[in-house]
Design a protein around this ligand. Structure first.
Ligand SMILES: [Zn+2]
Length: 248
């Protein structure tokens, strides 16, 4: 039952994240003006702004000018709904959700922004870091030193990787990894592993298909970090336990 509530909250949150994904990297305000059609500028009415449903009811077109509306909008809403429901189902309802759900939401937003524009905006990363510190101090104060250490470790690890392979990664990725360590603690290990593995698979696939051109396609690393972070939120501790059972 709590997962259904989480999905509903996730869909609404996804609707807001669509605004964030579009406006924040462009330096626009996320509160005003109200959502409008990018085609005709017509303000979107409340009944046409219901997550996912409105897009399907309007068959992906603006009610005013019939301009197509990207399927990206319902996709992000659906994705955040599923992620919120899964995180709540796996971890249960508790204060921990106050850091788990914001982290999941931020990761989805940053994945799409990085995919679109190849940037991971500080305007999102810095407040996320602050909430990581504040929420840890409030909810799990005993873990704070460990979380800070994992954050610093993940930051340094990606910094070194970025220095060894310039061009593959930017400072945005390095800072995001640090923030993920601050939230996830030891689960940042499986998160980074999943990010590097999935990034390599996609990179090798592109190389196989497009040859030398693939290098110039410049696939950003942020979406893979986001994927790793969400995997860690869901099964991070289980993956660490499985590793210990197998090798230690
Ligand atoms: Zn329109």
């Amino acid at each position: 039952m709590s997962s259904i509530y989480a999905a509903l909250i996730g869909a609404c949150c996804g609707s807001f994240l669509n605004v964030v994904i579009w406006r924040v990297p462009r330096g626009e305000s996320i509160v005003s003006p109200a959502s409008h059609c990018p085609g005709c500028g017509h303000q979107i009415r409340a009944r046409d702004n219901i997550p996912m449903f409105s897009w399907f009811l309007l068959r992906g077109h603006c009610r005013n000018c019939a301009e197509p509306i990207s399927a990206r909008y319902p996709l992000v809403e659906g994705l955040v709904a599923v992620v919120f429901a899964a995180v709540t189902a796996v971890n249960g309802v508790g204060w921990e959700l106050a850091w788990q759900l914001p982290l999941a939401a931020v990761l989805v937003a940053l994945a799409f922004i990085d995919l679109d524009l190849h940037v991971i905006p500080n305007k999102i990363v810095y407040p996320t870091a602050v909430w990581g510190l504040v929420s840890a101090a409030l909810i799990r104060p005993a873990d704070l030193p460990t979380l800070l250490a994992w954050g610093a470790g993940a930051f340094l690890f990606l910094l070194v990787t970025a220095l060894i392979y310039p061009g593959g990664m930017g400072m945005g990725d390095v800072k995001l990894a640090g923030v993920m360590g601050l939230y996830l603690g030891s689960s940042v290990l499986p998160a980074l592993l999943a990010a590097f593995l999935s990034g390599s698979v996609v990179g090798i696939t592109l190389m196989a298909r497009h040859g030398a051109k693939a290098r110039k396609m410049g696939v950003p690393f942020g979406p893979f970090l986001a994927l790793g972070g969400i995997i860690a939120l869901l099964v991070g501790p289980d993956l660490i336990q499985a590793y210990k059972d197998a090798f230690l």
